[in-house]
Design a protein around this ligand. Structure first.
Ligand SMILES: C[S@@+](CC[C@H](N)C(=O)[O-])C[C@H]1O[C@@H](n2cnc3c(N)ncnc32)[C@H](O)[C@@H]1O
Length: 235
């Protein structure tokens, strides 16, 4: 897996733009000076940069499996955060070390079987009353034909078929959180642009037919999909 993410890092970092989802996550974050924040799968550090602008004097820890992603973050953030090169399945911290843990589109890349353990470990790293913010896609209820088609496309992506991505529903995420003493205190849905290039690179003919149909349904507009933002409190 490390090699996979190391290969992806440069292109992902180039294409990863600051979005309305990042903006909303930043609005939802409340931290005091000296608070400790851990971001799991910090990626290119694009969200971290703006969180640091908003929250003065916090201790930010960016963890990632990929050394190349951490390099991209370091280019952006220099010495403003601590870089942790580790697998989130084995987080190298003491219990109750953090006030806030954030993950955006990272946990769903972990093998399905280890997700309950990873969430349990995340809960263990939080202080009582601490917050876990999780931003995930493909979990929200499908509300129209366009979303139904986009979900079918996503289910047939090779990374999903090969078990490299796992997308529980919102209810299933909530169940995982509950089993780890994490109470969901806020859940909201927010749309983000859906990058069809990820699907256009796939070889599957049926998937390509669906991509064309989705473009028709969006009538030349930028296709979107819905993300879920969960805020959990550690009990
Ligand atoms: C889709 S990217 C999202 C990056 C960033 N959160 C963002 O919103 O742009 C997934 C990130 O999770 C990291 N990742 C994947 N598996 C991981 C693991 N087991 N432990 C830590 N990081 C992991 C990848 O290296 C990558 O940076």
């Amino acid at each position: 897996m490390r090699e996979h993410w190391d290969e992806q890092a440069e292109e992902y970092a180039k294409g990863r733009e600051f979005s309305g989802v990042d903006e909303r996550v930043i609005q939802l974050i409340e931290l005091k000076p000296k608070n400790r924040l851990l971001e799991i799968g910090v990626g290119s550090g694009i969200t971290a940069e703006k969180i640091l602008d908003k929250c003065d004097n916090i201790n930010y820890f960016g963890l990632d499996l990929s050394v190349n992603f951490l390099k991209a973050t370091k280019n952006r953030l220099r010495d403003n955060i601590s870089y942790i090169s580790a697998d989130a399945a084995y987080p190298p911290f003491k219990a109750a070390a953090f006030d806030l843990i954030l993950e955006m589109n990272s946990i769903h890349h972990f093998p399905k079987d280890i997700i309950p353990k990873v969430i349990l470990d995340i809960a263990g790293l939080l202080k009582t009353g601490g917050r876990y913010i999780s931003v995930e896609d493909w979990g929200a209820p499908v509300k129209d034909e366009r979303e139904k088609l986009a979900h079918e496309m996503q289910k047939n992506r090779s990374s999903v078929m090969d078990g490299l991505e796992y997308h529980p529903t919102d209810e299933q995420w909530i169940e995982h959180f509950k089993n780890s003493s994490l109470k969901v205190i806020h859940l909201e849905h927010i749309v983000r642009p859906l990058n069809l290039n990820y699907y256009k690179n796939e070889r599957d003919d049926l998937l390509q037919q669906r991509v064309r149909k989705l473009e028709e349904l969006w009538e030349g507009e930028q296709p979107e999909s819905t993300m879920s933002i969960f805020i959990c409190e550690k009990l």
